[in-house]
Design a protein around this ligand. Structure first.
Ligand SMILES: *Cc1c(COP(=O)(O)O)cnc(C)c1O
Length: 227
């Protein structure tokens, strides 16, 4: 069995264990394989192993890597900082933008999706830990930005995304994941007409904790594609 195949098996087993241990269904957690460090060949090998969701953090890399689109039923997620002037290319190549964090970007994405003629799924990225220089809006800005998102006919808000601080013991960031879920619950009450079910949180080092705290989507790079 190849290294990729055994790593994918291990990650899927760990996702299933983490979900079951808190009484959740493993199928309710989407694994987004973060392919930012690997070429298309590795992506295709992961597709052959059954993975369907991929994450990239640069528009230019993704546009090159996915000239040949993924098979039907797959999705490409933008998970990195997005400059407003790249919104058009991003809307053309990605199925979902997880890194929406400011009003100017919302405006640019709205125009881009309108130009493409297809509504675009988005997540609001929140800097829950309030780290300096970290992507994501301040938690206090989230209600206003979500209000702006739900008013857009071309953007479909699906929930929230966060990146927890890098720590040695993933238990340390459990409160970060719990806070994102509480914030989502509040925003869901604020916008009952939208389904904000998605919580994209957890990476290679902390996804089991994120799943225990309600993650519906985990973004896993190194544990799948190697260091
Ligand atoms: C790179 C990246 C990941 C994946 O991180 P790993 O530690 O390799 O699993 C997840 N989310 C974002 C936003 C990233 O940039």
């Amino acid at each position: 069995m190849s290294d990729l195949s055994s790593r994918v098996d291990r990650v899927l087993a760990q996702v299933a264990t983490a979900a079951s241990s808190v009484g959740r269904c493993p199928e309710d957690v989407t694994v987004v394989a973060v392919s930012k460090t690997v070429d298309r060949e590795a992506v295709d090998a992961a597709v052959a192993l059954g993975l369907r969701h991929f994450g990239e953090n640069r528009v230019q890399d993704a546009s090159r890597k996915f000239v040949e689109p993924l098979p039907p039923g797959s999705a490409l997620h933008m998970i990195g900082h997005l400059q407003s002037n790249k919104a058009k290319s991003a809307a053309a190549v990605f199925d979902a933008i997880e890194s929406v964090d400011r009003a100017s970007l919302i405006e640019a994405l709205e125009k881009a999706a309108h130009a493409c003629g297809a509504p675009l799924s988005v997540l609001l990225q929140v800097n829950i830990a309030r780290e300096v220089q970290k992507a994501g809006c301040h938690p206090d800005e989230a209600p206003q930005l979500m209000d702006r998102l739900v008013q857009s006919p071309w953007l479909l808000p699906r929930g929230l995304m966060t990146m927890a601080p890098l720590v040695d013991d993933p238990e340390e960031v459990r409160p970060v994941f719990a806070s994102l879920r509480l914030l989502r619950d509040r925003l869901q009450r604020q916008c009952p007409e939208f389904d904000l079910a998605t919580l994209s949180m957890g990476m290679s080092n902390d996804f089991h904790v994120a799943i225990a705290e309600g993650a519906t989507s985990v973004r896993i790079g190194r544990a799948i594609f190697g260091e």
